[in-house]
Design a protein around this ligand. Structure first.
Ligand code: AP5
Length: 218
């Protein structure tokens, strides 16, 4: 029996993980899981996880490993993920990576590739201060690179566009530092396992996507 493939999107905040995961998942006909989206949903819903996560999200810091792992585990155990999935924003620490590996093994998944999208801080600041997201369907826009047709409204569902609370310059800088200290060591970890593919995230969305498709053979 061949195992169902799992693709992880990794990279600094604003590198385009979510944008690219949303393109790759339908191409591979598998679901897309975003840890950040699941945590924001929990905050909006006022759940127990949301109450714990809120302060961390607002400050640009990582939620505790046990919380992130529980949220990821609940998502990947869903029936819709049985044939594989694309996940972005998880794992972000060595502890998460080790526990995730055990989980994938138990659930009989194959970690196919870790797609590491790399961009410099200067570009991150431009992208994230210009990002707007749809409250209803989660579609992502950018005031510099990808404007909606009608200001403040989602092209897809007409929902209201908003700016994430953690997309201010000060919090973006904290998120980048947290990434460098806690998440970037994972790139070495996955390189040693022969899983990492480095993607130049500074090109335009379609060029980056082409490179990703080539890397995963899609
Ligand atoms: P999360 O939501 O995952 O935030 P992030 O990692 O900081 O990443 P972003 O969503 O900001 O960026 P992205 O790389 O997805 O870029 P996007 O495609 O949107 O996590 C938020 C918080 O949740 C964390 O800070 C933490 O508190 C918590 N959390 C999440 N996971 C956790 C975990 N595992 N453990 C603990 N805590 C966790 O693109 C950004 C913008 O750029 C958009 O406007 C887009 O249109 C534009 N853009 C994209 N690609 C291009 C391109 N090629 N050219 C030009 N513009 C582009």
């Amino acid at each position: 029996m061949s195992l169902a493939d799992v693709y992880i999107f990794a990279g600094p905040p604003g590198s385009g993980k979510g944008t690219q995961a949303k393109l790759l998942a339908p191409k591979l006909k598998v679901p897309h899981i975003s840890l950040g989206d699941l945590l924001r949903e929990a905050v909006r819903g006022g759940t127990k996880v949301g109450q714990i996560a809120k302060g961390y999200l607002d400050a640009g810091r990582l939620v505790p490993d046990n919380v992130a792992i529980d949220v990821a585990e609940e998502a990947v155990k869903k029936e819709e993920c049985r044939k594989g999935f694309v996940i972005d924003g998880f794992p972000r620490t060595l502890e998460q990576a080790v526990l995730f590996e055990g989980l994938l093994e138990r659930l009989k998944f194959n970690l196919a590739r870790v797609l590491y999208i790399d961009i410099p801080l200067k570009e991150i600041l431009k992208r994230l201060t210009g990002r707007r997201s749809c409250r209803k369907c989660g579609a992502v826009y950018n005031l510099m690179y990808n404007l909606p047709k009608i200001e403040g409204k989602c092209d897809i569902c007409g929902g209201e566009l908003y700016q994430r609370r953690d997309d201010t310059e000060d919090v973006i800088k904290v998120r980048f530092k947290v990434y460098e200290e806690q998440t970037s060591p994972l790139m070495d970890y996955y390189t040693k396992k022969g899983k990492l593919v480095q993607i130049d995230g500074t090109k335009d969305v379609q060029e980056v996507f082409k490179e990703i498709c080539k890397a995963v053979g899609a």
